[in-house]
Write a protein that binds this ligand. Structure first.
Ligand code: 5GP
Length: 189
């Protein structure tokens, strides 16, 4: 398991795409979410977009390895099925998940996981990134920028619990470092 966590807007999705293109033996873990779909997203590839009722029914059936109410009334979760499906195919699984979810998986699979926290050194940079992103998306998303920024401040406190912390100042440098760390994990030093 390769767990990428960090605040929304820290660059972890870009880094996860970079890792997926670099390592053919890596498979992205598609999470479930109840948030609305963005313009550039595809159901089943970026997320499984579920209604709240369907999400709750899966919680009741113990189908999630972990789930969180990442933002008020917005649920995100990793299906157990998604992990085992990829392990059966002898693939390493890459997770782009929030800090609590990442730490939860690390706790459940201490011997099978590598956890990386992507950090940004300024809340202003995060705000700019989130605003840029919101131009491409719905009004619904714009309302959530402040919620995401407040959560980011809280999430940074958990960075020290991850195996590696990458400060994402220069994206190409961060990608290189992430590739090196993942390469060491997959192929051994
Ligand atoms: P976004 O709405 O920007 O796609 O994601 C919001 C946050 O939810 C991000 O920090 C993302 O990594 C996190 N997230 C995505 N999938 C999961 C999941 O399955 N579980 C948890 N706990 N968080 C997730």
């Amino acid at each position: 398991m390769i767990i990428l966590s960090g605040p929304s807007g820290s660059g972890k999705t870009t880094i996860s795409h970079c890792l997926l293109s670099k390592f053919p033996e890596l498979k992205f873990s598609v999470s479930c979410t109840t948030r609305s779909i963005r313009n550039n997203e595809i159901h089943g590839k970026d997320y499984y977009f579920l209604s709240v009722a369907s999400f709750i029914s899966r919680i009741k059936k113990y189908q999630f390895a972990e789930w969180e109410e990442v933002y008020p009334k917005l649920f995100y979760g990793t299906l157990k099925r998604e992990i085992y499906k990829n392990w059966k195919l002898k693939q390493h699984v890459l997770f782009d998940i929030d800090v609590k979810g990442g730490l939860n998986l690390k706790k459940q699979y201490p011997n099978n996981s590598l956890s990386i926290f992507i950090m940004v050194n300024s809340i202003n940079i995060l705000r700019k990134r989130l605003i840029t992103r919101c131009y491409e998306n719905s009004d619904d998303y714009k309302k959530n920028i402040n919620i995401r920024l407040n959560k980011a401040k809280e999430e940074n406190n958990y960075a020290k619990l991850f195996d590696f912390v990458l400060l994402n100042i220069d994206l190409s440098q961060t990608k290189k470092k992430a590739i090196q760390i993942v390469s060491n994990f997959i192929y051994g030093k």
